[in-house]
Design a protein around this ligand. Structure first.
Ligand code: MIC
Ligand code: SF4
Length: 755
């Protein structure tokens, strides 16, 4: 598992020269984000980068991380690229496929059994191609990366939208689709439009009930789920330096919820403490040698307005704990206003379950702070009213907090420890409820709370808060309780108040673990055989997608015009469908089943224009495909927000959808569509969305002269014989147009590798 000190040394060796050159070329002081990006430019792309935002720029990331639910597709694609070994250090983490039902041990064993085929596949592919393999039970990708691989000033990509977690240790870490990971592992550059820069200046110091999580809950409220699109968020100021590295990780992790490309903090004493505490003194020593480059220039932080596109200032001394939700992570409530909001909106005030942990919030500090609240439930004779679960982020954290007695405290309070995995966060939760039709509330310390996300139940109102606030709410069982001001009645009929949480940033006795769960790849993997059973329902080798036919697209049928929020959870649901993440045809049966059809306000019910009948989206699409008829999907703002899962792009591609036309796209999803050779376009005038009717046949014109920056035209032929025509935008550059023409980026790589 050893991190690669030589690799880090190489990065640092070129770092200072690159930064100096960039400062000279741009003639100005630099933000940290610019420094790291400039230090990772592919040869020859400096001028494009300095021009900022003009075009896509090529980067050379240092690492790749993949989690099991996305690694399958990423590696199925990599296997087609024809390379003997990965070109950069890469790891696979088995975390998403473990279902939470009874408790850690039983659930882990069940998962090993039910997912055996997939784990064996991932293990053997990793072995063959030189990829580090983290076994089921080892922990959640982002926590394991923070503990083992993240380093200040580095750049990595990961096939998961919460990859930015590593920004807590000063790394530019970006979530991507599997096809992007495949490129980097194949030794190709990785492209990104040079991001906008958002600066968040933190002043003051946290105290009492407020925690790092509240910083991002507040930022989400300010920026909303779209506000960070196309931007990297850089945190700085004395407040930033006062936060623990893991607290910073929490903030960067949940930055995915504002659509930010990533978030990052500078290298400081807290980062050094964490590196040393996780047995990486060597990295801290190296980082110290170029310390001044691992943070933004002083001039930038003194006058941030001059250097960032947007600046937000938050005073940590005044920051209240927040609760965000329900149904969207940007509906932010300071705790003092939350009870009133619950009453006014008629949200179920009774709290049924409190869940702490996940990749976002399961550091030693988080667990100790939450445990200090749990301990009070025991000491003050309070009976915990709601169910309570704990999901440790890694085996190292779990082992350490268990050794130090904290898991015992949670057990005394009535908590259940789940496996070191995603579990309830990603709908892998066999929640037991007496009546699923009842409107109900849960609260988690996770990051996402879209409808149905945790338990698949649309009646569940999910709220997000810090682990200590979640623990207090679980004890009270009531969302109108304010732990800062209110009392609770204990089992002896007395009124008691919870004291402020107390925690430890790092374990006094140090981290420990018996078996971290790592498996190193074979030195020479050429003899390792990777088997995929052709009859498998879970794995399927990929067939290349067909190339573009060379003409405009005409006579497309409208498959669905999705109304309102359409996240990747709506397009390709997780939970029970996770088991098909390695089988494109089977998982395609979930395509868009969560999207709301504008014509009847119903999910998974669309009109088949060939029969006039309403049916499920996937079946309807398969019927069009069988008749050789292409279709189009229309959507609203921020289409594809949320996860990095490329299945949301591959499924429509596989089933014969020809274009996705929306008001706007979320970044990762838009790239995923392009990579898979799909046409992703946006209304030049968002009001044209209203012109699309249920029985429309649609043409897309201008493809024969498809060029960067040049609009295309959409013509709607309505049922009554009338028609509408309007311009649509796209963001394809010359290279991406080639992907479209070839039927997908992989078709091009495959050709290149064969030559
Ligand atoms: C998530 O939090 O939604 C996931 C599950 O981790 C996803 C990845 C996936 O869909 O596999 C993500 O955030 O990218
Ligand atoms: Fe897993 Fe949830 Fe973290 Fe995604 S957000 S990696 S599902 S714990």
């Amino acid at each position: 598992m050893a991190f690669d000190l030589d690799m880090i040394k190489k990065v640092y060796d070129r770092y200072s020269t690159r930064v100096a050159a960039a400062r000279k070329a741009t003639g100005k002081p630099l933000t940290l984000t610019e420094k790291i990006l400039y230090a990772h430019l592919s040869e020859g792309d400096a001028q494009k980068a300095f021009a900022r935002g003009v075009d896509y720029v090529d980067f050379a990331p240092d690492r790749v991380a993949m989690q099991d639910a996305t690694a399958q597709m990423a590696l199925l694609q990599f296997m087609q690229a024809g390379r003997p070994k990965v070109a950069v250090p890469s790891t696979v983490h088995c975390d998403h496929l473990i279902q939470a039902k009874i408790g850690a041990e039983v659930d882990l064993n069940t998962a090993k059994d039910t997912n055996k085929e997939v784990y064996d596949f991932l293990a053997s592919v990793s072995d063959k191609y030189g990829i580090g393999f983290w076994k089921p039970g080892a922990g959640i990708i982002h926590q394991v990366v923070l503990e083992n691989y993240a380093f200040p000033g580095g750049m990595m990509i990961g096939t998961d939208s919460h990859t930015p977690n590593a920004g807590g240790l000063g790394m530019i870490a970006i979530g991507v689709g599997g096809a992007d990971a495949c490129d980097v592992m194949a030794g190709l550059p990785w492209e990104l439009k040079f991001p906008k820069l958002i600066g968040v200046k933190l002043t003051g110091k946290l105290s009492g009930w407020s925690s790092a999580k509240d910083v991002i809950l507040k930022v989400a409220g300010i920026l909303t789920v779209k506000g960070g699109t196309g931007a990297i968020v850089e945190y700085f100021g004395e407040g930033a330096r006062s936060l623990s590295a893991t607290g910073k990780g929490t903030i960067c992790n949940m930055g995915a919820e504002i659509g930010a490309t990533t978030s990052v903090f500078g290298y400081d004493e807290k980062a050094a403490i964490y590196l040393r505490g996780t047995k990486r003194e060597g990295i801290a020593a190296l980082a110290d040698t170029i310390k001044e480059h691992l943070t933004g220039d002083a001039e930038v932080y003194a006058n941030p307005e001059q250097y960032f596109d947007q600046v937000i200032e938050i005073n940590l001394s005044e920051l209240e704990p927040h609760v965000n939700g329900p149904f969207t992570p940007d509906l932010a409530w300071p705790i003092s206003k939350f009870a009133a909001a619950v009453k006014e909106n008629n949200w179920p005030a009774t709290l049924e379950v409190g869940l702490i942990g996940s990749c976002t919030n399961s550091s030693y500090e988080d667990i100790t702070r939450a445990a200090s609240i749990a301990q009070q439930a025991v000491d003050k004779h309070l009976k915990t009213k709601a169910e309570f679960t704990i999901t440790p982020g890694s085996e190292q954290v779990r082992y350490t907090v268990d050794r130090d007695g904290y898991l015992g405290t949670f057990a005394e309070m009535g908590g259940v420890v789940l496996a070191n995995a995603c579990g309830p966060c990603i709908g892998q939760w066999a929640r037991h409820t007496d009546d699923p039709t009842r409107k109900n509330s849960i609260i988690t310390s996770f990051n996402r709370n879209f409808a149905k996300r945790q338990d698949g139940n649309p009646n569940t109102h999910a709220f997000v808060a810090s682990p200590e606030i979640v623990t207090a709410f679980a004890i009270a069982g009531d969302l109108t309780f304010n732990p800062l001001t209110d009392t609770l009645t204990n089992e002896q009929g007395q009124q008691v108040k919870l004291d402020e949480p107390q925690g430890l940033e790092m374990p006094i006795k140090g981290y420990a673990v018996e078996d971290a769960g790592y498996q190193a790849p074979a030195e020479d993997g050429s003899k390792v055989e990777v088997k995929v059973d052709p009859k498998s329902s879970r794995l399927q080798l990929l067939d290349p997608f067909a190339a573009w036919e060379g003409t405009d697209l005409t006579g497309l049928k409208l498959l669905i015009k999705a109304k309102g929020k359409c996240t990747t959870d709506h397009i390709s649901m997780a939970g029970p469908w996770l088991k098909f993440r390695g089988h494109l045809d089977n998982i395609s049966n979930n395509m868009l089943i969560g999207a709301i059809n504008f014509a009847n306000n119903t999910a998974d019910s669309v009109k088949n224009q060939l029969t006039g009948e309403y049916g499920p989206v996937p079946a309807t699409q398969r019927d069009y495909k069988a008749h050789g008829i292409g279709t189009i999907v229309v959507g609203d703002e921020n289409y594809g927000e949320g996860s990095s899962r490329e299945h949301a792009a591959m499924e429509p591609r596989h089933l014969g959808v020809r274009a996705i036309l929306v008001k706007s796209f979320a970044r990762i999803h838009e790239t995923n569509l392009k990579k898979q050779g799909m046409l992703g376009i946006t209304f030049a005038d968002p009001a044209d969305y209203d012109k699309v009717q249920e029985d429309d046949s649609i043409d897309i014109q201008g493809l024969t002269s498809f060029a960067p920056g040049k609009q295309l035209t959409v013509v709607l032929h309505h049922k009554d014989g009338s028609s509408d025509s309007f311009a649509v935008n796209h963001t394809y550059n010359a290279q991406q147009i080639e992907w479209f023409k070839a039927g997908g980026a992989l078709n091009i790589i495959r050709k290149q590798m064969a030559n």
